[in-house]
Design a protein around this ligand. Structure first.
Ligand code: C2E
Ligand code: MG
Ligand code: MG
Ligand code: MG
Length: 293
């Protein structure tokens, strides 16, 4: 019987694996012409000042709606695009779109001069020629470099340290601002914060989620925030979903928050309407003492 169960579970595993492989193959195939067919779009999620509720920049997030596969999450297709190299063209598309939108908002007076956009950049994109791409696009759209924030993940720093350092240093020399995304989820150590030229730390939402709920561990977030601030970095908290999280972050001295509490990622027109509606309500709620473990 045991043998039969074992074989049964092996067969089950095979079937799951086959479904996963087939899915990956179709995503890879459909993604190939997606950009040319106009299936990609960019949405914007406000990043809010936790002090006054104002949106000072927005993160550009790519969206793909395939006529064959429906809406596919970037969490699924970006890793595949990293493997097949398409992420370079997709990344350029997103950067171009975000800069074009920002230039239009500025010209229309929808945003102040200090408003910025943040764009995610994959390891594959961080070649020396990326600096030329950014330079060219800034010139084409007539934008100052410091209004464009580039978000990289820890994997970029871990995988090719010397190259990442060189490209990030060049981007900063240009005036662009570099943010370390999803901090706390990867394999980098705290020493990376000091070693690499970084302006902003984005604390991953898994840490933010720990700020309330039963297993609340605010000490961890507070330590990361203190370190980042002592290094002169801005801190953005990702995935802020509850007023209590926002309140605790604010109490820790975190200036910026991004999450569903304030706004979901919005299509361009909806972002413009959102900005016109004025600052988000920064709700003050009493902060219960942290649970002693
Ligand atoms: P990310 O850069 O960390 O982006 C934040 C993700 O968290 C977004 O998921 C956003 O929709 C989600 N999010 C924001 N607020 C909340 C919240 O309060 N709760 C929860 N549960 N989630 C929240 P999205 O748009 O699905 O993107 C997933 C990831 O895909 C991004 O994570 C980024 O790593 C990657 N990605 C997205 N667009 C691009 C792009 O243009 N280029 C590259 N290279 N990667 C991209
Ligand atoms: Mg990001
Ligand atoms: Mg992030
Ligand atoms: Mg994230």
């Amino acid at each position: 019987r045991a043998k039969q169960d074992a074989r049964g579970s092996v067969r089950m595993f095979d079937a799951d694996l086959r479904v996963a492989v087939e899915r990956r193959v179709s995503v890879d195939r459909e993604l190939a012409g997606a950009m040319e067919r106009g299936e990609l779009d960019v949405v914007y999620q406000p990043v809010v000042d936790l002090g006054d509720g104002r949106t000072r920049h927005a993160e550009a997030l790519v969206r793909w709606t395939s006529p064959v596969l429906g809406a596919v999450s970037p969490a699924e297709f970006v890793p595949i695009a990293e493997d097949n190299g398409l992420v370079v063209a997709i990344g350029r598309f997103v950067l171009d779109r975000a800069m074009a939108d920002l230039a239009r908002w500025r010209a229309a007076g929808v945003v102040d001069d200090d408003f910025g956009v943040a764009v995610n950049v994959s390891a594959r994109q961080l070649e020396p020629c990326f600096v030329d791409t950014v330079t060219g696009l800034l010139a084409r759209h007539g934008l100052p470099a410091d209004r464009v924030h580039l978000e990289v993940t820890e994997s970029v720093l871990v995988e090719d340290t010397a190259r990442a350092d060189a490209v990030l240093t060049a981007l900063r020399a240009l005036g662009s601002r570099v943010a370390l995304d999803d901090f706390g989820t990867g394999w980098s150590s705290l020493s990376y914060l000091q070693r690499f030229p970084l302006d902003t730390l984005k604390v991953d939402r898994s840490f933010v989620a720990e700020l309330d709920g039963d297993r609340s561990r605010p000490g961890l977030v507070a330590a990361v925030v203190d370190l980042a601030r002592s290094l002169g970095m801005d801190v953005v908290a990702e995935g802020v979903e509850t007023p209590l999280q926002a309140q605790r972050l604010r109490a820790m001295g975190v200036r910026w928050g991004q999450g569903w509490l304030f706004a979901r990622p919005l299509p361009e027109a909806a972002l413009v309407a959102h900005l016109a509606a004025g600052p988000a309500a920064v709700v003050a709620v009493p902060v219960p003492p942290p649970r002693v473990a």
